[in-house]
Every structure is written in C-alpha cells, then in structure tokens.
Design a protein around this ligand. Structure first.
Ligand SMILES: C[S@@+](CC[C@H](N)C(=O)[O-])C[C@H]1O[C@@H](n2cnc3c(N)ncnc32)[C@H](O)[C@@H]1O
Length: 263
C-alpha cells in the first residue's frame, strides 16, 4: 500500500475540499436514517485520513478505523489527535478489505467508502465485508460508496477535458484518471446490490452522490450558504432518476433482515 502512503496528502486535501465535504455530507445524511437511535459498532474499512470515522465517532458510535496503508492510518491518527474527546471511541487497525482476518468480529455498520474503485474487482471485498455485518438480530448495515461505472467520462466532458472524456465514453472501459492521479474503476449499483444479496444482506434503495457539483474545480470552496443550497440540490437529485443515473459515486446500502429476536 505504499502508493496510498504517497497520495495521503492529496487524499486529505480532497477530503477537505468543497467536493469532498459535499460527498461526506451526503453520505453522513443518509447513514443515520438506516441506523437505530443508539450507539452502534462501526467498521470503517479503508478509512483513509479518517473523515467519516471521526464524524461517526462524534455522533457517539465506537469506530474501528481500518486501512491497508500505515501512512493513511498515521494521517487519520493525527486527525484524531486534534479531537481528544473522541480518542476512546476510535481504534485503528491495519487490514485490507479483501483479506479475511479470522477474528470473527462483527459490526452493526460496515462502511467501505472510496475503496472498491482501487481494487481489480469488487466481489471478494463485498463478500468479506458482508460477512462482517452483525447477525440478523442486530440488523446490521453494509454501506458501500464507489465510482459509478455508468457515468465515467461525464465530469471530464463537462470540464472540457475532452481527451480524457472520449476514451471511457467510447470504450466503455469503466475507468478514468481520478483526482489522485491513479486510474480507478467503476461499478454499478445493481451489481453491488447483487453481490450483497449473495451474502444475505437485503439491498436498500441506493443513492447517488454528486451530480450538479461534480465538475467543480478542485479549488471550489463554497461559502456556508452555497454549501447548504448545493447539498439540498444534490440530495433532491440523489434519489431521483434520471439524475441518479449520472452521479459520480453510487452509495449502496444493504441490511440483514430481522429474525424477530431481541437485540
Ligand atoms: C480515496 S481513500 C478513501 C478514504 C475514506 N474511506 C473516504 O471515504 O474518504 C481510499 C483508501 O482506501 C485504502 N485502500 C486501498 N486499497 C485498500 C485495500 N485493499 N484494503 C484496505 N484499504 C485500502 C487506501 O489506503 C486509502 O486510504
């Protein structure tokens, strides 16, 4: 994972940018709607520099923040050190999403955001992540955020980067160079839902993340009132077709069905 150690600063800058915050805001607005109104055990697999892990910890949840890169874990730990009140709620783990740990630990919310896109294929990781969602009586949730295969090339085209846009649009390769300078792949929400179903969790309605504001420049830094109206527009479009079909990122969720026993 040395590659990610070297893009850590760029990843953190993106996470804190206008587009990055919009992404976190949209995901963080959806997650509580799918969780019980009490602290739940969270796994953030591929936590990166810890933006979502810290938001979830600040909301009261105990979080295991895992990543395959020591450099990213160090960056997340550094971010946590600025929030000492959250220190007891966050623990770090060096682990790859697709490698079984054998520990048998289960979580009520398993997040894997912005990671599948860097893997050669999604099935192995989804199988492992679904296996870590807590058993039926706790109605655990799997939350996956990744690049939308169906819309690759749209941002580039809207920005006028026609050379970058043409290849993925013509070839249907499902991959394009992203903001970190690597060439991630995309998946479809339908395929991710199908993979989750193979391992039991039942898909919830998927949501799109970033449509009208996805082509904004990396430097886009909206004022709070613009942030609020951008979020409102994105949220409205995120559940409605045809807008949802051309989002940059698909956010799929799946929940284990209740077996009727007490939590
Ligand atoms: C773009 S960052 C996303 C970070 C964070 N989840 C977010 O949504 O902002 C991708 C992260 O995935 C991690 N990663 C990449 N491949 C991984 C793997 N196979 N297992 C675990 N983490 C991985 C990288 O080290 C990096 O921290």
């Amino acid at each position: 994972m040395s590659g990610f150690a070297t893009v850590g600063a760029a990843s953190d800058a993106h996470s804190n940018s206008g587009r990055g915050r919009l992404r976190h805001d949209l995901v963080f607005r959806r997650l509580p709607a799918e969780l019980p109104d009490r602290p739940v055990r969270v796994l953030d697999a591929g936590c990166g520099t810890g933006a979502m892990a810290l938001r979830l910890a600040a909301a009261g949840h105990p979080v295991t923040a895992a990543d395959a890169s020591d450099g990213m874990i160090a960056a997340a730990a550094s971010r946590l050190s600025a929030r000492p009140e959250l220190a007891t709620r966050v623990r770090f783990l060096n682990a790859a999403v697709e490698v079984p740990d054998g520990g048998g630990e289960r979580f009520d919310l398993v997040c894997c955001h912005g990671v599948l896109t860097y893997l050669d294929e999604p099935a192995t990781a989804v199988a492992r992540l679904a296996g870590m969602v807590s058993p039926r009586r706790r109605r655990g949730v799997l939350s996956v955020l990744t690049k939308n295969r169906g819309a690759i090339g749209i941002r580039e085209a809207l920005r006028g980067e026609h050379t970058l846009a043409l290849d993925p649009i013509e070839s249907g390769s499902g991959a394009s160079v992203g903001h970190l300078g690597v060439r991630p792949r995309g998946d479809t929400a339908e395929e991710l839902d199908r993979l989750a179903t193979e391992h039991d969790p039942t898909p919830l309605p998927w949501q799109g993340v970033r449509i009208p504001n996805d082509h904004r420049a990396n430097e886009w830094a909206p004022w709070p009132d613009e942030c609020a109206s951008a979020l409102a527009t994105e949220w409205a479009a995120s559940t409605r077709d045809p807008y949802r079909q051309i989002v940059r990122l698909v956010h799929t969720l799946a929940r284990r069905a209740s077996d009727g026993s007490c939590p």
